[in-house]
Design a protein around this ligand. Structure first.
Ligand SMILES: [Zn+2]
Length: 417
C-alpha cells in the first residue's frame, strides 16, 4: 500500500500527515461565490475540507483568515473571511501563480481529531463485540452517533471501559490507501458509499474504518472517553460522548459543581447524592405537612369569618347582606379563595379577603355567590380602586387586585359602604 495520494492534481497533506499544519503552496485560482466570499484553490494543502462528520479546518493563508474548507467537485476550496478594506490586497496577494504560506489552526484540528478518533474507537469496539454499525455521526461540541442495535447501560459502560484501556495501551493509528485488489480482501467498517480511492484509518488490533479525516498518531492522544448520554433511537442507540480536552473541561466544571454541593450539604465528595436524596425526602415531607397546616388554618378562618358574618347580619332583613372584609395577613391567595368559596355557600353578600401588611400594601380577592344586576362586582372593584388606590378587576362573581391603603382605611371603606 502506498501512503500518499494526489487527487485532482491537489496534494492533500492532511490525508497522510495530520500534524503538518504549516505549508507553502501555489495559488491555482481565486474566485468569489454568490455571497461575495473569496474562494481560494491551491496546488497542495494541509487544510482538511469538511467530510465524514468532521468540520472543515480553520487557519490562515497569507494573512487572510480561512473560515471554512469545503470539497467541491473533488476540489479543495478554502473559504476566506476577508474584511472589505482588504479585498484589493487579497486579489493581489492570492493571485493565481503566487506562492503563499498556509497555517492550519492546530489546536482546533487536534481537538476535533480527539473527538473523531474517540468515535472510531467506540464504534470499533461496539462493532467487534455486537456487530453494530454506525449509521449516523455528528461532531460538534460533543460527539453524537447512532448505532443500529440496542445497547444496555451495562454494555455501554463496558465498551467505554474497554475504550479507555485501549487509550492507556497507546495503540498506533495508521492510515492506508489500499488498491482495489487489496480492498477486496480487507475487512473494514464503512459508513460511506465509496466512489473514489479508499482511505482507511486503522487502530491497530481494534478497528479498521473507511474515513477521510485527519487522524491522531496513537490512541493515547485521545486522553479519555466518557459517554455522557444515550437513548434508544429507531431500534438502535443514539450515543453522545466526550473525549480529550472536552472531557477534561467537563471534569473541571463538574468538580466545581460538586464542591458547591459538598459545601451546601456539608457532605463528603462521594456522599453528595445521598445527602441530596435525604434533602429531597425531607422537603417533600415538609411540603405535605405545610399543605395540611394550610388546610387546618383555612378551616379556622372559615369558622372565624362565619362568626363575623353572623355579627354583621344580626337583625338585618334577608336581601340586605352587607359587603364584609376580613384579613388573612400571611395567607396565600389559594387560602383566601378557599375561605371565600366556603363561606359563600351560606352567604349572599360580597366577601372580601385581604392579605399583606400596611407597609407593603394588600392584595385582595372579593367574591359573591352569583352575579347581581343591581350591584355589579366589577363596579365594586372600581370603587375599591377609587377609594383605596391600587388596581383590580375580574368577573361578576370574583374580582382580585391590590390596594395601597392601610388596614384602618380598608376597614373604614367597608363600614361606610
Ligand atoms: Zn472517521
Amino acid at each position: 500500500m502506498k501512503n500518499e495520494r494526489i487527487e485532482n492534481n491537489i496534494e492533500r497533506i492532511y490525508e497522510t500527515d495530520a500534524y503538518q499544519t504549516s505549508f507553502t503552496a501555489t495559488v491555482v485560482s481565486l474566485s468569489r461565490d454568490v455571497s461575495g466570499k473569496f474562494l481560494a484553490e491551491l496546488n497542495r494543502t494541509a487544510f482538511f475540507p469538511e467530510g465524514g462528520g468532521q468540520a472543515g479546518d480553520r487557519g490562515r493563508i497569507e494573512d487572510f483568515a480561512v473560515e471554512d474548507v469545503q470539497k467541491i467537485d473533488g476540489k479543495v476550496v478554502h473559504i476566506l473571511d476577508v474584511p472589505a478594506h482588504l479585498e484589493e490586497a487579497v486579489k493581489e496577494r492570492l493571485a493565481p501563480g503566487r506562492e503563499v504560506p498556509g497555517e492550519v489552526d492546530f489546536a482546533l484540528r487536534f481537538h476535533r481529531m480527539q473527538n473523531h478518533l474517540a468515535e472510531h474507537l467506540f464504534c470499533g469496539i461496539a462493532h467487534s463485540r455486537f456487530g453494530y454499525d454506525n449509521v449516523g455521526f455528528h461532531l460538534s461540541d460533543v460527539v453524537t452517533f447512532d448505532l443500529d442495535g440496542a445497547l444496555t447501560k451495562e454494555e455501554i459502560l463496558s465498551i467505554e471501559k474497554k475504550c479507555n484501556e485501549v487509550i492507556w495501551e497507546n495503540v498506533p493509528v495508521k492510515v492506508h490507501f489500499p488498491s482495489a485488489e487489496e480492498v477486496e480482501k480487507m475487512e473494514f467498517r464503512s459508513k460511506l458509499e465509496l466512489s473514489e480511492g479508499v482511505r482507511l484509518v486503522e487502530i491497530e488490533g481494534y478497528d479498521m474504518c473507511a474515513c477521510c479525516a485527519p487522524a491522531l498518531h496513537t490512541t493515547g492522544e485521545i486522553g479519555v472517553i466518557k459517554v455522557v448520554d444515550f437513548m434508544p433511537h429507531r431500534g438502535g442507540t443514539r450515543l453522545t460522548l466526550i473525549a480529550g480536552r472536552d472531557a477534561y473541561e467537563d471534569y473541571v466544571r463538574l468538580d466545581e459543581e460538586q464542591r458547591k454541593l459538598m459545601k451546601l450539604f456539608s457532605a463528603k465528595r462521594e456522599e453528595v447524592a445521598k445527602f441530596a436524596e435525604d434533602y429531597a425526602t425531607k422537603t417533600n415531607a415538609m411540603h405535605t405537612e405545610i399543605l395540611e397546616l394550610k388546610k387546618e388554618i383555612t378551616g379556622l378562618y372559615v369558622e372565624k369569618i362565619k362568626r363575623i358574618i353572623e355579627d354583621k347580619t344580626a337583625g338585618l332583613l334577608p336581601g340586605n347582606d352587607p359587603a364584609i372584609c376580613f384579613f388573612m395577613k400571611d395567607a396565600d391567595e389559594v387560602m383566601v379563595r378557599n375561605v371565600i368559596n366556603e363561606c359563600l355557600k351560606t352567604y349572599n353578600g360580597i366577601l372580601c379577603g385581604f392579605r399583606g401588611n400596611d407597609k407593603e400594601g394588600y392584595r385582595y380577592v372579593c367574591g359573591r355567590k352569583e352575579a347581581d344586576e343591581k350591584e355589579s362586582l366589577r363596579d365594586y372593584a372600581k370603587a375599591i380602586k377609587d377609594a383605596l388606590g391600587g388596581r383590580g378587576g375580574g368577573s361578576e362573581v370574583m374580582i382580585q387586585g391590590s390596594v395601597e391603603a392601610t388596614e384602618k382605611k380598608i376597614r373604614e371603606f367597608f363600614d361606610e359602604n
